[in-house]
Write a new protein. Structure first.
Length: 131
């Protein structure tokens, strides 16, 4: 049983990149699909597909690599955990790795990156940082 589905999701993506897999498959949930779509929109992954029907649904994430074959995602850090939720107001959202990374937030307006949340002037739960 997985107690932290978001943590499991981002660890699977990071580990698949470390061993140079083209795709990674994770169990489906609407929240994880929204996070994966946001990562695609922000340019961290190449493509996101929903596969299967009913109970056997999965999310297939196609990873992005540089010209030299290095994974585009170098690191991920979970911020808000099931035992300790971390919330950030608009003024507390800061750039990650001097602007070379992103923070993913769960806001009342949906899953947003740090830049989008600041533009829309909305805060929320800081899920994780990616660089």
């Amino acid at each position: 049983m997985i107690t932290d589905p978001v943590g499991d999701f981002i660890n699977r993506i990071q580990n698949a990149g470390a061993v140079k897999q083209a795709t990674v498959s994770v169990p489906f949930s609407a929240f994880k699909l929204a996070i994966a779509e946001k990562l695609k929109d922000a340019g961290w992954v190449k493509q996101v597909e929903k596969k299967g029907k009913k109970v056997k649904k999965t999310i297939e994430v196609h990873l992005k690599y540089t010209e030299g074959g290095a994974p585009h995602i170098k690191g991920v850090k979970r911020i808000s955990k099931p035992g300790r939720r971390i919330y950030a107001s608009v003024t507390e959202i800061t750039p990650v790795r001097y602007g070379h990374g992103a923070v993913i937030l769960s806001t009342p307006k949906g899953v947003k990156t740090g830049l989008e949340a600041r533009k829309e002037k909305v805060g929320g739960e800081a899920l994780f940082q990616i660089w």
